[in-house]
Design a protein around this ligand. Structure first.
Ligand code: GAL
Length: 692
């Protein structure tokens, strides 16, 4: 982990695209940046056609002037290599380097990201412009960071990609026989007799081969990484002291294993745009921030892009409410981001994203957004002390991109088995309880966590199965969701009963799936033994918002979406199916294993029921918490003997966060500079950051 040169405080700023504006605007930009407290910009992310208007002819003069102006204004620069959007001349000169869709349609220049990631002409042109920039600006005093490319995520199915895919497969498997085995090509007569017969998974007649699809994503991740890594090598050769990063984007269309990439990065940076408004946006913000921190190995990371208000995707614009700009920014900061950056500095007049919000909107600086941005800049300037403090996360959710990708495959037993949905439900249940989670690598040493949650980890490696078992043996507490541990790394079913990777630690064997249609809900019966463990957990339930539960005998759970036929092999039933074909059989189980415990949830629960069940599991793990008021997000940080409590009120009423009996009574709120007593009042939509 290396940090941008010359930045010893939290970063604040955004993408700066001066090539869209006449030079007169630039001086005003820098003056406004100073006013807002901007200390870092990402410069030139989409500037390739302005820098190299024809092959090999560079026009660096304008960029020289911009860099000098920024330096004069005290603004540091993350200089981008502009390789996410080659100019029109590139596609004209190299038609073979334009991307081809899975249907075989060749795409034309006209948007961005219009290149084939494996085309030699693209790779060479990208390296050439990266080298030219590094040679020109190696010694520029404003240069703090290299920002390579933008959001690596491009797909292509052309012949260049086919060749590269075959190369990757031969390195992974060593022989064609091994590919045939891993892909189970005996099914449907798919056996390959020559490497040349293997293609990317282009559109085909019916369901494709799941392992071929999974391997194609793995390959794309490796190939995109190679694109990044070769640029980074050039930048490191010419500017060994300048850290290099790239901004991660996250979504089903992104074939990047971010956790793997992150292991080699100088700095993990993410872009994040919530797809919902209100409380749901706050919950998504926390989810992505926790992911980024986890990819960064628990260390600092940077929110590289977010929107100051509306996001321009061609859908209905989603405007941020007053106060949200700061609150979301501080949620990222609370969860470890070393600052809050935006896309973009000044709203574009034209172009495809002309209605996307910016720090300086079309209306100019006399606007709510610019005023809120300026206030945020000032506050971030006062928060440098939290930088580097550890985020306290006692619970881990296992995260694995390959498990996710496998669960996007064809031919699965129910369309609503969705990895991200399962993860998000677990995460938001704990968010409501004020419990911060890490997303841990399934193969990692998990001993530092009080509780480990495994929502629908469909693909589980042997190493992960061993690491989870060791964790429980050593005294850890575990909860595994349905459809975890089903297949191995080749997406082949683990035989002998589900969930193959976790049968022994869970003490159960499941012999048959019974997916439930959306209209069917199955009541679960919690027998006396189960009720009493719920009752012992009632203290924790309030923390999880399970308000419907007030005492023994009132616990009601309902199974949805999924059920399965389980046999107890060491575990005991905590709840059983009370109706339908599985009536009387176990639905939720608990197994004492080694010095720990392992719970299995064989059906889907809504949020309230999940809160009830997790309440019991948290209590067993010794994690009781004072429940935060509704809509209030809590995050704890610690560094040596100093602790910070971030309290973000996403609701529209002021809330008091009780502090009596906690380390924070009598602390100082860094936002108001006031000393707190037995509680801190967080205004509607506001934030308190208590230091003790
Ligand atoms: C990001 C991208 C930016 C801009 C933004 C709009 O994903 O990096 O260039 O397009 O989305 O929300």
């Amino acid at each position: 982990m290396r940090w941008p040169r010359g930045l010893d405080t939290l970063c604040f700023g955004g993408d700066y695209n001066p090539e869209q504006w006449p030079e007169e605007t630039w001086e005003e930009d820098v003056a406004l940046m100073r006013r807002a407290g901007v200390n870092l910009v990402n410069l030139g992310v989409f500037s390739w056609s302005a820098l190299e208007p024809e092959p090999g002819r560079y026009t660096f003069g304008w960029l020289d002037r911009v860099l000098d102006l920024l330096h004069g204004g005290g603004v540091r620069v993350g200089l981008a290599t502009p390789t996410a959007s080659p100019p029109p001349w590139f596609g004209r000169a190299h038609p073979d380097a334009l991307p081809v869709t899975s249907e075989g349609v060749g795409l034309t220049h006209g948007s961005r990201d219009t290149y084939c990631l494996s085309a030699p002409a693209y790779r060479q042109a990208a390296l050439r412009i990266a080298r030219a920039l590094a040679e020109r600006y190696a010694d520029h005093p404003a240069l703090a960071l290299w920002h390579v490319h933008n959001e690596y995520a491009t797909w292509c199915y052309c012949d260049h990609v086919a060749e590269a895919f075959r190369g990757w497969l031969s390195r992974r498997y060593g022989s064609l026989d091994a590919v045939n085995r891993a892909w189970t090509t005996a099914f449907w007569s798919q056996r390959y007799g020559a490497w040349e017969e293997i293609r990317p998974p282009r559109t085909t007649q019916y369901l494709g081969n799941p392992t071929q699809l999974l391997d194609f994503r793995r390959f794309l991740s490796a190939e995109l990484f190679a694109c990044f890594d070769e640029q980074r090598a050039v930048l490191r050769e010419l500017t060994p002291d300048v850290p290099v990063t790239t901004n991660f984007v996250f979504g089903e269309w992104v074939p990047v294993d971010h956790r793997r990439w992150a292991e080699t990065l100088d700095l993990v940076a993410i872009d994040h745009y919530p797809s919902a408004a209100g409380l749901a946006a706050a919950v998504q913000t926390a989810f992505h921030a926790d992911l980024a921190r986890s990819w960064a190995g628990g260390g600092p990371w940077l929110l590289m892009e977010q929107a100051s208000s509306t996001v321009n995707t061609g859908q209905r614009l989603l405007a941020k409410a007053p106060g949200e700009l700061a609150r979301h920014s501080l949620s990222y900061v609370a969860r470890g981001s070393r600052g809050a950056m935006f896309f973009q500095w000044r709203a574009s007049r034209g172009g495809a994203e002309q209605y996307h919000a910016a720090l300086v909107p079309h209306a100019g600086p006399d606007s709510r957004v610019f005023r809120e941005a300026t206030e945020l800049g000032a506050l971030l300037g006062r928060l440098a002390e939290v930088d580097g403090a550890r985020v306290e996360a006692p619970v881990a959710i296992l995260w694995d991109a390959e498990a996710w990708w496998a669960l996007l495959g064809p031919g699965l037993p129910a369309p609503d088995l969705r990895y991200l949905d399962a993860l998000a439900a677990a995460h938001r249940t704990l968010w409501r309880a004020g419990v911060t989670v890490d997303f841990a690598d399934p193969e990692a040493d998990l001993r530092g966590y009080r509780l480990v949650l495994v929502p629908s980890l469909y693909l589980t490696s042997d190493a992960a199965s061993v690491s989870v078992r060791r964790y429980v043996e050593g005294g850890g507490h575990l909860m595994v969701w349905y459809f975890s541990g089903i297949v191995d790394v080749d997406a082949r079913v683990r035989l002998g009963g589900y969930p193959g990777a976790f049968r022994d630690v869970l003490g159960v064997r499941s012999e048959e799936f019974h997916p439930l249609p959306p209209t069917v809900a199955v009541p679960l019966r919690v027998p006396e033994a189960g009720v009493s463990s719920v009752s012992s957990a009632l203290g924790a339930l309030g923390a999880l918002g399970a308000s419907s539960v007030s005492g023994i005998g009132e616990v009601q759970l309902t199974g949805r979406m999924w059920s399965e036929h389980i046999h107890l092999e060491g575990a005991s039933a905590f709840a059983s199916y009370a109706a339908g074909p599985l009536a009387g059989l176990p639905a939720v189980t608990r197994h004492g294993y080694g010095a720990g415990s392992a719970w299995y949830l064989s059906t889907g629960l809504d949020d309230a029921d999940l809160a009830t069940l997790l309440g019991a599991v948290l209590a067993e793990a010794g994690l009781r918490r004072v429940p935060p008021p509704p809509g209030v997000e809590l995050v704890h940080r610690r560094s040596g003997g100093t602790r910070w409590l971030f309290a973000l009120n996403h609701g529209d009423e002021a809330r008091v966060v009780p502090l009596a009996g906690t380390a924070f009574a009598g602390g100082t709120d860094l936002v108001t500079a006031e000393v707190t007593g037995d509680g801190v009042t967080v205004p509607a939509g506001g934030v308190a950051i208590v230091r003790r």
